[in-house]
Design a protein around this ligand. Structure first.
Ligand code: GDP
Ligand code: MN
Length: 362
């Protein structure tokens, strides 16, 4: 689970990592009550959205006490990469002297924590690695240690101020104790009064959420809620080809084939085992309702699921988009007979079905 910046900063702060003073607001009008008046004249307004490259996408605005409310209103009216701004962090504006990069992530190949520190922060770490590899230092460490060895901290920080060592060590504690898969400060900045985490990112392993006492209250989209109600595994993507399969493996394989044929899936939908005509009808309607969907592939293997039930479900949904069907298994012939002559395209293999879908979009 990914925490928003203000939540991650709160956690980092409890571990003694210096974070900027700030307040969280959910409407520009909140500022009229003076909640941000103690932050100094120069402030930064930061949209709390789960979006990478938020600053570049217009999610961070500078203001002062006089312009703050107007600027906040402007930021609340924006969508950052399509994500509406529901909460905003107003922070004291740091006089930045230098930006560093610091992250700790799980390295699956070594089963250790991988710590990265770079003299050049504020930009994506991939950019640093490519353009300025000498600025990037790394260290691996087993996840069981409580403190990082002093030599490792010194090597990581290089010429950066000594306080940076303390901060790396504290972030490592956050990382271990919170069962994180990523803890990142980008940029970690030096100011005339010390080192501060100007940004914060924390992703906790979903498998550790109950141990961490975290209940997830992610905002589901209308369609995701609908899918949950029917017990479908459903994920919206951003392509044009709607996908319905039974079983996560078959559905994933369908997505892989779509990529292979240079198409783009609009969603993942696994109807689950033993789907009857009602379930199939709901699945088809749901996928057809995704605004980007131009064509739908229904790829179902009959077992307990009967192909004639599936076919009836497809017909009953009666959606406008072109539907390409691949049915195999129990009552296959009955299913195909039901669909025949009704304008559905039937394919014997999933390769053909996917090729036909990609072709249909040309
Ligand atoms: P991101 O785009 O989501 O990574 O947002 P960040 O919080 O990392 O901010 C992006 C950039 O905005 C930083 O790299 C800084 O250059 C700038 N920035 C953010 N906060 C401050 C601040 O308090 N003072 C100054 N001068 N710049 C800031
Ligand atoms: Mn950042």
């Amino acid at each position: 689970m990914k925490f928003l910046e203000y939540e991650a900063k709160k956690i980092f702060g409890t571990y003694g990592i210096p974070v900027p003073r700030g307040v969280l607001i959910s409407r520009a009008e909140d500022l009229e009550f003076g909640v941000a008046k103690d932050l100094g004249d120069a402030v930064v307004l930061k949209a709390q959205v789960d979006v990478g490259g938020r600053g570049k996408a217009g999610g961070i605005l500078m203001a002062d006490q006089d312009s703050m409310t107007v600027t906040a209103r402007e930021l609340f009216d924006r969508e950052i990469k399509g994500v509406p701004v529901r909460e905003m962090l107003i922070e004291e504006r740091l006089p930045i002297e230098h930006e560093y990069y610091l992250s700790i992530a799980v390295d699956r190949s070594t089963k250790q924590a991988l710590i990265l520190f770079a003299d050049a922060g504020g930009v994506e770490i991939e950019t640093v690695a490519k353009e300025n590899p000498d600025a990037l230092r790394r260290a691996s460490i087993p996840l069981l240690m409580h403190d990082l060895p002093a030599f490792m901290l010194r090597n990581l920080r290089g010429d950066a101020p000594r306080e940076v060592s303390t901060i790396i060590n504290r972030l490592y504690r956050v990382f271990c104790e919170k069962d994180a898969i990523l803890a990142e400060i980008n940029p970690l900045v030096s100011t005339p009064t010390g080192i501060v985490a100007a940004d914060a990112k924390l992703i906790v392993d979903d498998n550790a959420l109950s141990r961490q006492g975290i209940t997830q209250n992610r905002d589901l989209t209308e369609r995701e809620r609908e899918a949950e109600k029917h017990g479908f595994s459903f994920v919206e993507l951003d392509g044009e080809i709607g996908v319905i399969g039974n079983g996560a493996g078959l559905t994933m394989a369908t997505l892989d084939l779509i990529e292979y044929y240079h198409g783009h899936a609009a969603n993942f939908l696994d109807v689950g085992g033993g789907a009857d005509k009602e379930r199939v009808k709901h699945a088809v309607s749901l996928v057809a309702g995704v605004p980007t969907v131009k064509v739908i592939i229904v790829n179902l293997l009959g077992g307990i699921t009967r192909c004639d039930e599936v076919a009836q479900g497809i017909v009953n949904a009666g959606v406008g988009q072109k539907i390409i069907v691949r049915l195999a298994g129990t009552n296959e012939e009955e299913g195909k007979a039901l669909l025949a002559g009704r304008g559905y395209q039937m394919m014997d293999s999933m390769e053909e079905a996917v090729e036909a879908a990609v072709e249909a979009l040309k």
